[in-house]
Design a protein around this ligand. Structure first.
Ligand code: ATP
Ligand code: MG
Length: 554
């Protein structure tokens, strides 16, 4: 997976892919009477992540393209790990992404039907109750090169199997004591077809069915039945299920379903610097490595939302990466590119100083405040201007000063003149230091003739920097992020110990009015959002959505 895929930008609506080609054929052949019905089937055992977004977009937009329907179905056949908190978060995330399902369904609502189907298989001699332990079943299974061994319980009579299965259902046995297995072929080259387990015993409380059941169907058996019950036509899943497709087809064939749905596999999304497994993400949450499922560093939909990503950017990303049959690794820079593209004309710009250094304009009168006018958006003139106060004492970024300038450094250094955005040309005159030699203040002068908008053309300066008025500034917290997962020297993926940096920053006065959830560009810094959870207090917290410069190349 070392090779990072170069993805072509494509933003076309209704773009096609190999799945759509299959559907086109099905429509032509009237396989499903021209119907297209898809579903997104998450297991409610965690929050959705960006990989799920790919599947959501694919399933819902495919249905839209063909005037079909798409269900949200909770694949809740495993009682132990599932929870209603996850159910609720998944519904919210799908809606936030901009999709509305035809029906909201739970696989567990089909437990009766699935049981009935299992009884049918037993009656047909296609399923049997097996007393082998999980370990023994594994030992009997064989390998890729050797056939498996038949279970000694394989030839039980239909009557005995029916009785034993009913006993299983009635709680007569402990967990693991018995299973129901499909009777297929222990010498099949496909290990999934070697008498797979289709029901197991689990005395566990289920989030939906409570303690009604103590036997639960296995995924490979349950999923085709769920699809068939709902009238799904195209059951889209990820590539690791390709080898399970013969079993999917076997279940529906043996149950004699008419016009059975077809399973189509596509490559799952893998992203650089991103771990995408609910199990792993849950461990991060449980260990306290992050501040919950919606921590802005998490690749969850909830995390991306809190980070300031828009549904439009995520959908655009899913469109651009496309759908294929080959596994690959997508550069996270593409996702960052998509949010920049979306925000650049949508949000206004403000000045924020993250790491303040005091500037005193020695020739500017004391006790005077003037207002300068600055454009709200470079991309969109119609957003007009705002007034920003300017006075004798200001803050600039510590980074915008160098006592001994490097080559090509055009910002503040002794003797140099720069433009203060929207205000005046300012010259750095003196550097004030504390007892330890740290720079604590710059004494500067301004040239009144150079006021922005005055038409001054006397001379040019190479640098423009931002600033805030020290007397009017609003205190905010700014959180800049780095990737949560990085590779160490040995090439192993570890949790980045420096994935967040918080600044006590100064913002221009207009930012007192920013509401939680509002997005802005901080001039020269990047895009930010007022944190929804933490910005109700007087001192607002801003999450960095993305920085300004793109490392993504077409
Ligand atoms: P995880 O291992 O993260 O729990 P999962 O596949 O077990 O993922 P499900 O809840 O079963 O999670 O997934 C619901 C749907 O989302 C499935 O159809 C699955 O194939 C799809 N999906 C999950 N991860 C990705 C991914 N990285 N890229 C594309 N689709 C994905
Ligand atoms: Mg899963």
């Amino acid at each position: 997976m070392a090779e990072i895929e170069k993805v072509e930008g494509s933003n076309e609506q209704n773009s096609s892919n190999f799945i759509h080609n299959i559907i086109d054929k099905d429509i032509e052949n009237q396989t499903y009477g021209g119907r297209v019905y898809t579903r997104f089937p998450p297991e409610p055992n965690g929050y959705l992540h960006i990989g799920h977004a790919k599947s959501i977009c694919l399933n819902f937009t495919t249905a839209q393209k063909y005037n079909g329907k798409c269900n949200l179905r909770f694949d809740d056949t495993n009682p132990v790990k599932e929870d209603t908190e996850y159910v609720e978060s998944i519904e919210a995330d799908v809606r936030w992404l901009g999709f509305e399902w035809d029906k909201l369904l739970f696989a567990s609502d089909y437990f009766d039907k699935m049981y009935e189907c299992a009884v049918n298989l037993i009656k047909k001699g296609k399923a049997f109750v097996c007393d082998l332990s999980a370990d023994e079943i594994r030992q009997h299974r064989g390998t890729l090169t050797e056939p498996g061994k038949e279970s000694p319980y394989r030839n039980r009579s239909v009557e005995e199997n029916l009785t034993l299965f009913e006993n299983m259902r009635n709680g007569r046995y402990g967990d693991g004591e018995k299973v129901l297995r499909a009777k297929i072929d222990m010498s099949s080259p496909n290990i999934n077809m070697r008498d797979p387990v289709i029901y197991r015993i689990a005395h566990a409380e289920h989030h939906n069915t409570g303690d009604k059941w103590c036997i639960y169907p296995m995924y490979d058996y349950a999923h085709p039945i769920e699809d068939a019950i709902e009238g799904i036509t195209h059951s889209i899943c990820t590539l690791e299920f390709e080898d399970h497709r013969p079993l999917y087809d076997w279940v529906l064939r043996e149950l004699e379903w008419e016009a059975p749905p077809q399973q189509i596999e596509f490559a799952r999304l893998n992203l650089t610097n991103t771990v995408m497994s609910k199990r792993y993400l849950k461990a991060l949450v449980d260990n306290g490595d992050v501040d919950g499922w919606d921590d802005p560093r998490m690749p969850t939909i909830a995390g991306l939302r809190r980070r300031g990503y828009t549904p439009e950017a995520i959908r655009d990303f899913c469109e651009r990466i496309g759908v294929s049959k080959a596994n690959s690794l997508v550069d996270i820079a593409l996702l960052e590119h998509c949010i920049r593209e979306d925000l650049k004309s949508k949000v206004e710009t403000r000045m924020v100083v993250k790491d303040p250094l005091k500037v005193v304009i020695t020739n500017y009168p004391e006790g005077i405040t003037e207002e300068v006018e600055i454009e709200n958006s470079k991309e969109d003139e119609s957003r007009g201007t705002r007034k920003v106060t300017f006075s004798r004492e200001l803050y600039v970024e510590r980074d915008d000063f160098m006592e001994v300038p490097e080559k090509k450094y055009f910002r503040l250094f002794p003797g140099n003149e720069v433009r203060f955005k929207g205000a005046y040309f300012i010259t750095c005159q003196e550097v004030v230091k504390d007892a330890e030699g740290n720079v604590v203040e710059l004494q500067c002068t301004y040239d009144p003739e150079t006021r922005s908008g005055s038409g001054f053309e006397g001379r040019k300066v190479k640098g423009t920097i931002h600033w805030v008025d020290a007397n009017a500034a609003v205190k905010i917290k700014v959180r800049d992020y780095n990737y949560l997962m990085i590779d160490d020297e040995k090439g192993e993926t570890i949790i980045n110990p420096e994935s967040m940096k918080e600044y006590e920053a100064f913002a221009e006065p207009s930012m007192a009015a920013v509401k939680p959830g509002e997005r802005l560009q901080f001039f020269r810094h990047g895009y930010y959002i007022a944190d929804e959870k933490l910005s109700a207090d007087a001192e607002k917290v801003f999450n960095q959505i993305v920085d300004l410069k793109s490392s993504w190349k077409k």
